[in-house]
Design a protein around this ligand. Structure first.
Ligand SMILES: [Ca+2]
Length: 414
C-alpha cells in the first residue's frame, strides 16, 4: 500500500528556527513542494538541505550537546558543531589527526560513526574504517576521544582489528566490496553493534571463526558482550551470522530489539528482527556438485536445481531468523534504517524507516508485535537520491545523507 506524504511549504526563516538545535547555514538550499492536505494520520514534513558538497557522506551521529558527527568515505570523520562550523577531526590529510592507515577503495573507506552512551563522561566516539595496518588489509572499529571544543581527537584505540576486507578483485567485483560498516549502540543494553559484509567470499557468512557477514556485539573495549549466544566454537563477538552485506541496524523503541537492513543480491533485500545467536541464512558457497566463479554463488545459484541462492535459506537452515520484510523479488540496494519515534510522526511513530541506494527512496515499514512487516508506505515528496544514512536527531527530526553529497533534515510538524 502506498500513500503520499505532504511536504509542507516552508520558509528559510521557519526552517532555521526549527533547526536551531544543530545550527543553520545561510547559504543552504531549502526545498519545498506545493502544500497539500496530508493523508489522515500521516506526518507533515519539511525538508532542509543542511550540508552540501560533501564527498560520499556515509554516516551521521549526534552528541548529547547537539553536535553532528559525520563521516565521508574517503576523507574521514568531521564534526558540524552546533554553531554551524565544520572541523575535520580524523582521517585523510587535512584532518586534525591523520590516520595514515585509512584507505579508500571501491565501496570501502570510513563508514560508520557512533557516540558512546556515556559520552558526557568519557568523550568516546567510534568509527568503522578500512585500514592497511594489517596485511591483508582489514576493516577496524576505532575508538577516539574528542576534546570539549571539537577541535581534535586523542587516544586512538583500535577495539576491533580483524573484520575481513576484500583485498583483491574477483569475478564479482573489485577490491573493497561488501564491507558492511554500520555501528550503533543498543539503547537498552549499552553494547556496540557492528555490521559486516561477506566480501564476495562464499564460505565467509557461515564461518563462525571469522567476522565477515555478521553482526557483532561488543563492549566499548571491543570484548564480546555477554549474552551473544554465539554457537559453540564461534568467535564470541558474533551476535548473528549468515548475513550478506548489512549496512543498516536499528533498535525498536519499545523493546530495544535490533533489526538489520541488508543489501540483497538482485532478487531481494531483507529486514530481519535479530535474536542472539541467530543465523540469517545466507550461504553463498557452492553446494556439492555446483561450481560458481570465484567460489561465490551470491548472484547465481548455489544449488544443483539452479534456484537462486536465497537470502534466507530456510530449507537448509530451518531455524534461521525469518525475514521481517523482503523487497518484492528484487534488490533496490537497501542500506540504512532507523525507527521513527515521537508524536510528531503521528501514525509513523514506532515504524521503521528504510533507505535505498539504487531504489533512491525511503520506505516506512509497519511491524507487528513479533517484528514482521504488515505494511509499507513510500515516503514521497523528496528528490530521488541514493540514501546512505538515516538517523533520528535529538530534535526528533530525521537526518539523512545522500551519495550525491548532501545531508538533509526532514522535520515532522507538531
Ligand atoms: Ca537472511
Amino acid at each position: 500500500m502506498k500513500r503520499s506524504t505532504t511536504i509542507a511549504m516552508t520558509t528559510l526563516f521557519a526552517v532555521c528556527l526549527i533547526a536551531a538545535a544543530v545550527g543553520c547555514d545561510r547559504n543552504r538550499n531549502v526545498s519545498s513542494a506545493e502544500p497539500a492536505t496530508p493523508s489522515a494520520g500521516e506526518p507533515v514534513l519539511s525538508r532542509t538541505v543542511l550540508m552540501s558538497g560533501l564527498s560520499n557522506p556515509w554516516d551521521i551521529a549526534f552528541t548529547p550537546d547537539g553536535n553532528l558527527l559525520f563521516t565521508e568515505k574517503c576523507r574521514g570523520l568531521s564534526v558540524r558543531r552546533a554553531d554551524g562550523s565544520v572541523q575535520r577531526l580524523f582521517g585523510a590529510a587535512g584532518s586534525a589527526v591523520a590516520a595514515d592507515d585509512l584507505f579508500c577503495r571501491g565501496q570501502s573507506g570510513m563508514h560508520g560513526v557512533a557516540v558512546d552512551p556515556d559520552f558526557a563522561g568519557n568523550r568516546f566516539i567510534y568509527v568503522y574504517m578500512a585500514s592497511k595496518l594489517n596485511q591483508p588489509e582489514t576493516n577496524r572499529v576505532v575508538r577516539l576521544t574528542v576534546d570539549e571544543g571539537y577541535t581534535t581527537v586523542v587516544d586512538r584505540r583500535d577495539i576491533v582489528t580483524d573484520i575481513p576486507f576484500k583485498d583483491r578483485a574477483n569475478r564479482w567485483g573489485g577490491s573493497g566490496t561488501h564491507s558492511g560498516g554500520r555501528i550503533r549502540f543498543g539503547p537498552s543494553d549499552g553494547f556496540l553493534y557492528v555490521t559486516t559484509g561477506d566480501n564476495h567470499n562464499g564460505p565467509l557468512p557461515q564461518d563462525l571463526t571469522r567476522l565477515g557477514g555478521k553482526v557483532l556485539r561488543i563492549d566499548r573495549d571491543g570484548a564480546a558482550a555477554p549474552g551473544n549466544r554465539t554457537p559453540a566454537g564461534g568467535d564470541p563477538r558474533i551476535f548473528t551470522y549468515g548475513h550478506r552485506n548489512v549496512q543498516g541496524i536499528a533498535f525498536r523503541p519499545d523493546t530495544g530489539q535490533p533489526f538489520s537492513c541488508e543489501h540483497g543480491p538482485g532478487h531481494n533485500d531483507e529486514v530481519t528482527a535479530l535474536t542472539a545467536g541467530g543465523n540469517s541464512g545466507w550461504d553463498p558457497k557452492p553446494e556439492p556438485g555446483v561450481s560458481c566463479p570465484s567460489n561465490y554463488c551470491g548472484y547465481i545459484s548455489n544449488k544443483p536445481d539452479g534456484t537462486p541462492t536465497p537470502m534466507t535459506d530456510l530449507a537448509k537452515f530451518p531455524d534461521a531468523m525469518p525475514p521481517s520484510w523482503n523487497n518484492k523479488g528484487e534488490s533496490d540496494g537497501m542500506s540504512p534504517c532507523t525507527f521513527l519515534s515521537g508524536p510528531n510522526w503521528k501514525e509513523w511513530n514506532g515504524r521503521l524507516a528504510v533507505g535505498f541506494l539504487r531504489g533512491e527512496r525511503i520506505e516506512i515499514l509497519q511491524l507487528d508485535e513479533a517484528g514482521m512487516t504488515t505494511g509499507n508506505t513510500t515516503l514521497s515528496g523528496i528528490p530521488s537520491e541514493r540514501i546512505r544514512t538515516l538517523v533520528q536527531g535529538p530534535d526528533g527530526a530525521l537526518y539523512l545523507s545522500t551519495d550525491g553529497g548532501e545531508i538533509w533534515r526532514l522535520a515532522a510538524s507538531p
